[in-house]
Design a protein around this ligand. Structure first.
Ligand code: T5A
Length: 213
């Protein structure tokens, strides 16, 4: 297929079904003989996974918004340098569970950090690197939290209130409204079969476009 890799991200609030649908997307991509790096944020490297642990655990409840933002980008810087950029340069595709849209949604819309401040770090850490395709799995906050809550004890983010997640969800929808070509919305409130049908169509269309140019 193509000589340069493609960068695909999956986004959405808690319990949207990102992890579940990552598997399907990965199977579709690799079934076409494409070499794939499947990864996640925050995390993806040994340092990033340690930072993830700090960010998600309750050990630092009440950490400042700036510290949270900088830790997200510290993990991202390591992830890009060590894994994402080398993979893309080698022609591999990268499928990442969350990326910088999550920062705009959670730290920006959720916590109230200014977009300008996030944009400075985005430019610093990523240069021009942006995802080629982002699948935004959208569903009502209450349903997402209900699904997520069935699995495990809430982490530091999952312990936020409904109003926080409403802002996060709206933050994601605003990004999609500004970048409809890159960010494709999937209605994740439906049953898994219907959701996966949409994921399949989006990934297959994207692979076809990549093949043609
Ligand atoms: N964060 C991250 C930031 O604040 N800023 C950033 O820049 C970044 C990168 C990471 C946290 O970090 C924050 C956001 C997050 O709070 P995470 O574990 O990556 O945490 O994200 P979570 O959203 O917490 O992951 P979840 O596992 O909770 O959500 P998923 O992956 O969306 O959901 P999934 O696939 O595990 O599904 C949840 C449950 O629902 C079922 C599944 O079987 C599972 O039990 N399910 C469905 N049930 C019915 N119908 C469907 N269609 C279903 N789809 C899934």
């Amino acid at each position: 297929m193509s000589e340069s890799g493609r960068f695909i991200t999956i986004e959405g609030i808690e319990g949207a079904g990102k992890s579940t649908c990552m598997q399907l997307a990965a199977e579709l991509i690799t079934s076409h003989g494409i070499s794939l790096l499947q990864t996640r944020e925050p995390g993806g490297t040994p340092l990033g996974e340690e930072l993830r642990d700090l960010l998600l655990s309750h050990r630092h409840t009440g950490m400042s918004e700036d510290a949270e933002l900088l830790l997200m980008f510290a993990a991202r810087a390591e992830h890009l340098r060590r894994h994402i950029e080398p993979a893309l340069a080698a022609g591999q595709w990268v499928l990442c569970d969350r990326f910088t849209d999550a920062t705009y949604a959670y730290q920006g819309a959720g916590r109230g950090v200014s977009v300008d401040r996030i944009a400075v770090l985005e430019q610093w850490v990523q240069g021009g690197r942006r995802p080629d395709l982002t699948i935004l799995m959208d569903l009502p906050v209450a349903l997402g939290l209900e699904r997520a809550g069935k699995r495990s004890d809430p982490d530091r983010f999952e312990s936020e209130n409904l109003a926080f997640f409403e802002r996060v969800r709206q933050g994601y929808l605003d990004i999609a409204a500004h970048e409809p070509q890159r960010v494709r919305i999937v209605d994740a409130s439906r049953d898994l079969a219907a959701v996966q049908q949409d994921i399949r169509r989006l990934i297959e269309d994207f692979m076809r476009e990549a093949e043609n140019g």
